[in-house]
Design a protein around this ligand. Sequence first.
Ligand SMILES: C[S@@+](CC[C@H](N)C(=O)[O-])C[C@H]1O[C@@H](n2cnc3c(N)ncnc32)[C@H](O)[C@@H]1O
Length: 217
Amino acid sequence: MATTTTYIPALKYNWLTKFYDFLIQAFLKERSWKSFLIHSFSNKNPQSILDIGTGTATLSIMMKKTHPQANIVGLDGDEKILAIARSKVEQQKLNIGLIKGMSYQLPFPDNHFDVITSSLMLHHLRDEDKVRTFKEVLRVLKAGGEFCIADWGKPDTVTSRLLFYWVQFLDGFETTTSNVKGLLPKFLSTSGFATVNELKKYKTIGGSISIYKTRKV
Ligand SMILES: C[S@@+](CC[C@H](N)C(=O)[O-])C[C@H]1O[C@@H](n2cnc3c(N)ncnc32)[C@H](O)[C@@H]1O
């Protein structure tokens, strides 16, 4: 199956991007599970963190406030959302690198980051691109470094499954089906990561968000 060199914008349509922060906080209560994700890092003093598909940089900003010593880089394929991210970072006078790039072609050397995060980005990728991304993440992570993920996962209830249809209608079935089938851990393992732990599931009105953690051996 074909892979892609482009990306699906945060809310599929460019004109919706300016409403992203409002909608994600209002409907998905992003701060609670993003905070859990940050506190799940085993390394309590990371020096370098990469956030792939950083969007409006909410997670990068939260990470910088939790780990001010860390060199934090947010990467996203969409220049329009990066402009929003830059204005938020400048407003708060934070030192966070924001760069345009694709998750499956990371512009960093091997063994570079202590932690890599990904929040609500993987369901924008076709399965082949998920695997390409995981291989790139593995390459740029230091040995022992962690990959911490928050993304749509396998729902526990019929209601959660049904709620996820609105995400699938918005973002498309091709990129979201493996998420809802709970296949991200399998893709991570086959890409070379160590055991994948699903730490927690958050019920939201868009379905179930899973927090996964794995590491490079
Ligand atoms: C739903 S948003 C999530 C943003 C942010 N991480 C969050 O949790 O709010 C998904 C983001 O991933 C970006 N994206 C999608 N595919 C990408 C890729 N292959 N490489 C880099 N960024 C990508 C989109 O541009 C968008 O900003």
